[in-house]
Design a protein around this ligand. Structure first.
Ligand SMILES: [Zn+2]
Length: 188
């Protein structure tokens, strides 16, 4: 009993020592920018332009950040040619009438300042903005809700900006061997 008590105490202490928030993907690298120093990062070759072609809207979820950038840069060929807005739930708050106006006021800057002609909307399964996969009850229900929301977002954009082209994608984390891959599905 005494040994069990000690083990439980040690486990509790370890849990207390875990930092709040994301504990799985913490980088062990220190910040490279320290007091009073500056670093330079190359801007894109097209950074002097006053406009760009596309607005990409994604969720903030850290699991998809790199994949979203590679998808936009390489798969869609948009490198140096897109604005990106990341919001929890991607277009979840756009399809909600209560928050729609606020979202559109932010998207409008991309349309009026950078003269975009295309919007790419990316949503993902197991999105915290929707309460995660568990909130839907089944994979099919989740898929149907997410794709219906994407299609509604497209309608809302086209109502407001009929000249825009709107492309929709749904992404999922898929285990392949020991690796987690991000799959993108185009939603028509
Ligand atoms: Zn999300």
């Amino acid at each position: 009993m005494k040994k069990n008590g000690k083990t439980i105490f040690a486990c509790c202490m370890m849990l207390l020592l875990l930092p709040a928030g994301c504990t799985l993907n913490r980088s062990s690298l220190p910040d490279r920018l320290i007091d009073d120093q500056q670093i330079a990062v190359s801007a894109g070759r097209e950074a002097v332009r006053s406009d760009c072609d596309t607005l990409v809207i994604t969720c903030i979820d850290y699991r998809f950040v790199i994949a979203n950038q590679e998808f936009a840069n390489d798969t869609l060929g948009l490198k140096d040619n897109y604005d990106q807005i990341s919001i929890p739930g991607s277009i979840h708050n756009l399809v909600n009438p209560d928050t729609r106006a606020l979202l559109f006021s932010k998207f409008a800057l991309s349309v009026s300042m950078h003269l975009i002609n295309r919007v790419v909307v990316v949503s993902h399964r197991d999105c915290g903005g929707y309460g995660g996969s568990a909130a839907f009850g089944s994979e099919i229900a989740e898929y149907e809700t997410l794709t219906a929301d994407l299609k509604m977002a497209r309608e809302l954009f086209l109502e407001k900006y009929p000249i825009l082209k709107v492309d929709l994608f749904l992404e999922s984390l898929v285990k392949e061997g020991d690796e987690e891959k991000v799959h993108f599905e185009k939603i028509l």
